[in-house]
Design a protein around this ligand. Structure first.
Ligand code: DSN
Length: 433
């Protein structure tokens, strides 16, 4: 480049600095701004029933877009590899304290970027490659990171599965005990991504003790109900508890690990960093801390109660209308509908619901004959709509729309689409930009 061209490029950079620091997204990048507006519009005019989604507060959103986005640290408070970490240390310590206070745990780690990362860190802290692990079968509602052959957990460890009782779809604790005696797992994993019932935490603990296994409870889907004291607290029973922070807990996207035993602190912390992750996402750490602070407020207990009441009302209405619900109900925010007696599959059914503005996801049902790409079930959750203020009478109306759509009883889908939108827009949301 000629000296003149270099000078011009330098000036162009200097000139751009003003707009770089001053312009908001709408001025800086119209393409992305338009997509964000479109997503906001989509969210506000639909009934969002994806079980792993929620709606965070304006404060959580703000923390995610904060100056912490610019900061790099590695390590833990007081022992970092980068300078300028004093405020990051204060933030991480505050978040850990809130997590411990909320769940009655002695130790917390908020660095995992996701629930899967949290689980991977726990596996690598406790196990050697090829060690036996006992987890809920993916086909029965388990999670990929608990030992699916498609996940690193299933490739590195010797995964054995337990399942459900065929008569009522609940976890078969007798089968679990037999499997634990036979395989002598080093780790038993409780929890999953589509199991709708409260776990028998005491039963899991007894079986783990009998075979001298560690017990991990992944409470990702029901952590908000634990925080709101609607469900029993896994921290009182498990050696280690993992969770995502964004489902029923209603915080920022990411994961978290809780435990009590000081002896686990060093292996768990070093399994997260440097074991499976590098620098934590401090802006998400800030948002996690805000969400945990919100969950410590008395209003969160009301929220958690409403989530459970709404979930039960939705399941009840769906069954009244003729749909088959796995386990005939729910104790958690999620509901699993069994489509196996109908002329449809999970993919087709979720597309049909999306066309009237109701969003959920296709899901395997226990011992599903179909592959995950089509599946024979639909999974629903009420955490997001409850955050927007939906009450039982409206969630029952949603249940009737779902049933009418899936059972081929809907005459005028265009009119229902309008009714769904009218209802969705009647609930609160952020102001549109
Ligand atoms: N585990 C996935 C789910 O349950 O939808 C993502 O959080």
């Amino acid at each position: 480049m000629s000296p003149d061209a270099l000078a011009a490029a330098g000036n162009a950079f200097d000139d751009s600095l003003d707009t770089y620091f001053r312009n908001g997204l709408a001025d800086a990048d119209g393409d992305v701004a338009a997509l964000i507006r479109a997503e906001g519009d989509r969210q506000s005019r639909g009934i969002e029933l994806i079980a792993s989604e929620n709606v965070v507060s304006r404060a959580v959103l703000e923390a995610q877009g904060s100056w912490f986005c610019n900061k790099t640290v590695e390590g833990y408070p007081g022992a970092r590899y980068h300078g300028g970490a004093e405020i990051a240390d204060a933030l991480e310590t505050l978040g850990e304290r809130r997590a411990c206070a909320l769940f009655g745990a002695r130790q917390a780690n908020l660095q995992p970027h996701s629930g899967s990362q949290a689980n991977l860190a726990v596996f690598s802290a406790l196990l050697k490659p090829s060690d036996p692990v006992l987890g809920l079968d993916l086909k029965c509602g388990g999670h990929l990171s608990h030992g699916s052959s498609a996940n690193i957990s299933g490739k590195v460890y010797d995964i054995r599965a337990y399942g459900l009782r065929p008569d009522d779809g609940r976890i078969d604790m007798d089968q679990l005990r037999d499997a634990a005696r036979k395989h002598r797992p080093k780790l038993i994993v409780a929890g999953g991504s589509s199991y709708p019932r409260e776990l028998d935490l005491k039963g899991f603990r007894e079986i783990a003790d009998e075979v001298e296994a560690r017990l991990l409870v992944d409470m990702a889907h029901f952590a908000g109900l634990v925080a709101g004291q609607v469900l029993g607290n896994p921290v009182d029973y498990a050696d280690i508890v993992t969770t995502t922070t964004y489902k029923s807990l209603r915080g920022a996207r990411g994961g978290m690990i809780l435990w009590n035993d000081e002896g686990l602190s060093r292996p768990l912390r070093s399994a997260v960093f440097p074991g499976v992750q590098g620098s934590p996402l401090l802006h998400m750490m800030a948002a996690k801390a805000v969400g945990l602070g919100e969950a410590l407020q008395p209003a969160f207990k009301d929220y958690a109660r409403r989530v459970r009441n709404n979930a039960r009302a939705l399941a009840d209405e769906m069954m009244n209308c003729g749909l088959k619900v796995v386990t005939d109900g729910t104790d958690t925010p999620l509901i699993l509908v069994d489509l196996s007696g109908l002329e449809t599959d999970g993919q087709t059914a979720s597309d049909a619901l999306a066309a009237i503005g109701i969003t959920c996801n296709k899901n395997l049902i226990p011992n599903d004959p179909r592959p995950p790409s089509t599946a024979s079930g639909l999974r629903f959750g009420v955490s997001a709509m409850t955050s927007r203020g939906i009450r039982e009478s409206d969630i029952r109306r949603v249940g009737r729309w779902v049933a009418d759509c899936l059972l081929g009883r809907m005459q005028d889908t265009g009119r229902v689409r309008q009714d769904v939108e009218r209802m969705a827009r009647s609930f609160r949301y952020y102001p549109m930009p």
